[in-house]
Ligand binder design. Structure first.
Ligand SMILES: [Zn+2]
Length: 370
């Protein structure tokens, strides 16, 4: 029983807590000689632990071309991205990099959500809807005002959940798949307690990232960026999003590095994807002017969409509860399972696929001319 410490610390390579994940990640970064940077979040975790947005830089600080892997934009999903980064480092990580090339790992962009096991920030903000220009707010989606009251459950029980789904189904039948997705999860700026709330100002994580990224990328001219998520796509397998226009450098580079098949949409869990607003990856070009960006979101699929919608309903209800209850524990357990399945086969697949993707990005960086 001499190894119980490491066994209780992580299951299948996944840590049980944000602090445990961060400690393992920091040890792995040190082993590979990474240079650490970061900013401390003003809040704390559920056990009073300090919260940090951390970065680790490898290779040439003056690199003209950089490969970045980030995680934890959606807090709780960081358990997977952190495990992937750590496993990649343990397997060798960036290794020797030629002059002019660098790798940057960004750990826990939304550390509050990571530690508190929620997608959102301390202000119930979906950080991946927060990167908008708050001087010119997007217009409210017509469907939001209609759907929102039905999504604010009064109790976490099956009758109440069924009532919400009946309202969602009715709206979908009337307005169509696309309008439903836009209204449900495209992002909204009207209801601070609601689902997929984008906030009313840049969140701490938004501002911290905007401060750290220029420091880490320095004079870089080209950057391939992977932001790791969970919850969309085939179970335990990667699903890619790239929103660059066809013909742009970003799109072209994404196809070169990840392959055409990465963007085929195979295994999609959604009939229609929302037109997302305020994504983190959309804001990257403005953070490092002069650096061409090729950003992708890579999701690792967990469960079918209805089960994920239940989880989003659960969180909005959980955040409005003042005291502990059996229902709250049930909802929290279902929520965790939706984004970070405990199934060892899922975890093993995410680590295997994730480490291979990190390695592919790193190899493409090294092979790139110039
Ligand atoms: Zn996500």
């Amino acid at each position: 029983m001499g190894t119980t410490g490491s066994i209780s610390d992580h299951h299948g390579g996944f840590a049980d807590t944000y602090a445990g994940a961060r400690a393992r990640w920091q040890r792995a970064v040190a082993t590979r000689g990474g240079r650490l940077d970061g900013l401390r979040h003003p809040g704390t975790g559920p056990d009073g632990e300090a919260l940090w947005l951390d970065l680790a830089c490898f290779g040439d600080p003056q690199a003209s071309s950089v490969f970045v892997v980030s995680c934890g934009t959606h807090g709780i999903e960081g358990f997977a991205g952190s495990a992937v980064q750590t496993a990649w480092l343990q397997a060798g990580g960036p290794g020797e990099l030629p002059p002019g090339k660098a790798v940057v790992l960004v750990h826990a962009i939304n550390p509050w959500g990571f530690a508190h096991r929620q997608r959102v920030t301390e202000n119930n903000v979906d950080l991946n809807r927060n990167f908008i220009d708050f001087a010119s707010m997007p217009p409210a989606h017509a469907g939001h005002a209609e759907l929102h009251p039905h999504l604010m459950l009064e109790r976490w029980d099956e009758a109440e959940i069924a009532r919400a789904f009946a309202a969602m189904d009715a709206y979908r039948e009337r307005a169509g798949e696309q309008a439903f997705s836009d209204a449900f999860n495209g992002g909204q700026y009207q209801s601070p307690e609601g689902l997929f709330y984008g906030g009313h100002e840049p969140e701490w994580s938004h501002r911290a990232l905007a401060q750290c990224v220029p420091r880490a990328l320095g004079p870089a001219r080209r950057c391939v960026w992977v932001d790791l998520h969970t919850g969309i796509g085939p179970y335990g397998l990667p699903f890619f999003f790239n929103f660059d226009a066809p013909g742009s450098w970003g799109r072209q580079r994404a196809l070169e590095v990840w392959g055409e098949e990465a963007f085929s949409g195979k295994g999609a869990t959604h009939k229609a994807f929302a037109v997302y607003q305020g994504l983190m990856i959309d804001a990257l070009p403005a953070m490092v002017p002069g650096c061409a960006m090729s950003p992708v979101v890579i999701e690792f699929g967990t469960h079918e969409r209805r089960r994920m919608q239940r989880a989003h309903l659960a969180l909005a209800w959980m955040r409005r509860q003042q005291s502990a209850s059996d229902a709250l524990e049930r909802a929290a357990a279902e929520y965790r399972e939706a984004f970070i399945p405990s199934d060892p086969a899922w975890r093993a697949s995410v680590l295997r696929e994730g480490v291979a993707l990190c390695q592919r990005g790193r190899d493409a960086l090294v092979a790139e001319a110039g």
